[in-house]
Write a protein that binds this ligand. Sequence first.
Ligand code: RB5
Length: 186
Amino acid sequence: MKVSIGCDHIVTDKKDEMVNFIESLGHEVIDNGTYDYERTHYPIYAKKTAERVLNGEADVGVVICGTGVGIGASSNKVKGIRSALVRDVTTAVHAKEDWNANIIGVGGRIVGQGLMEEIVETFLNTDYVPTAEKESLIQALEGPKDNDGGLNDENFFDDLLEKWDRGEYHNQREELTWERQNKKQR
Ligand code: RB5
């Protein structure tokens, strides 16, 4: 199996460990970054990870941020992705068996590495059990297929990131607790 993986700067070390673990299971991994601890934005890595899956370069994806919420929910906004936030092994089974998730989100600061590995292994080893009527209802929710939402557009975020670089965003919480911790750890 080929697995596309992505993370934000809060959990780069957890993602690197996950890459090693998935490879140790005999799977191939496409690591979409981020690769260091420099402040970045999880939608970028959600999009990159999702595109590999949608393009058929990978079978499934795993996205990791602090809680798994931001990057997982962002990946779910990419048209064609079904993502689920998973924090336990039972949910990992259901995410695939029932929802046919092609990406799971995991919180690297919430779930310990051992459980996170068990979750990912379970997800990779579980098959979808299709239900025709449910499928048609879910597809109806996805809406018309004519808007690809910037799929494969590498410059999709450029305007927004330039605004960020120019200091045009004024966040209420400039530095999250985890970011302070990350700096202390390095
Ligand atoms: C940091 O950007 C933090 O918000 C992120 O890692 C994640 O926890 C969000 O859900």
